[in-house]
Design a protein around this ligand. Sequence first.
Ligand code: RAM
Length: 355
Amino acid sequence: MRRRLPAALALVGLIAVFAAGCKQEKPSAPPPGASPGRPATGDAAPAAQKYRVVYIPKNTGNPYFDDIIAGFRQASGELGFEFDTVAPASADAASQIPFIKQQIQRGVNAIAISPNSPDAIKPALKEAMAKGIQVICVDADMPGHEEGRTAAVLPMDFDETGKSQIELMGSLIGYKGEIAILSATTDAPNQNYWIKGMQETLKEPKYKEMKLVAIVYGNDDPQKSLIEAENLLTRFPNLRGIIAPTTVGVAAAAQAVETAKAADRVQVTGLGTPNQMRRFIQNNTVQKFALWSPKDMGYLCAYLIDGLVKGTIKPAPGVSFTAGSLGERSFRDKNVVITGPPVIFEKSNIDKYNF
Ligand code: RAM
């Protein structure tokens, strides 16, 4: 039996689907050799059908996801598939569901998705898989719900992320003092996994003088993240550091510290894009932060999808494949593929990066 949505939710869904339809990109350019001047009713044979890939980020308006999209786009140029991207305006748990359903209706061949909430979206993704659509998680996986996707492309080994964030903060504050975490949404699977890793790491003797006093959530919304960061500064007068493992959050935390002229007292670090953080590094508000290449992650995901759609890649732990100019990658446990190592950005290297 099909489950029915409550009327209000259904209406929200309808509006979102409509918005998604409006946001969709135009189909890719005509194949080389196609003459733009030729009348539509000409007698040329129709171009071979391209397979269709859609990427559904967590939300619109986050430059991090635009970089992932740029990677997909580059790969779609190299591989010749038709690429679209649609996303909800906010990263709420259920916000991606109507978009997934709409893409199932469209009959795409593959859905790549950065999940907001594995719990919420798994039924829709399973529906897609049952229709033969390849479903790949990118940026975050669905821990405990892996049957809702074929494989996942992650930026780094997530068992290292929390640990490395605590070490980064520790090195900035002499491994001593109160720290807080500014995260994205409460459901975000990647954030929650990293926060768990941070909490575990803090139990190690090396970090015994660092005290986690608060975990707050800015929902990857710049304004809410800024307010949360400002609140941390006023609520905790002895705060020594804010770790924001989200590109939106870390820029907001840096902004809050800059405005409060609190950089001598409070260190900000986390995961950020060089373009959003450059100013704060240059004016000494932030000393160091980390990230990987979101563009490479999108590119890798696209190559994986190409192999899955064509049947040339059969995912299983240990199996490797070539991802275009990125080179060889292989599946780990649970069919997870890792993109590449993170980089630590600071004054001496940030200007080498433009994303
Ligand atoms: C934000 C998102 C994303 C995360 C990055 C580091 O843009 O929360 O999921 O991977 O930060």
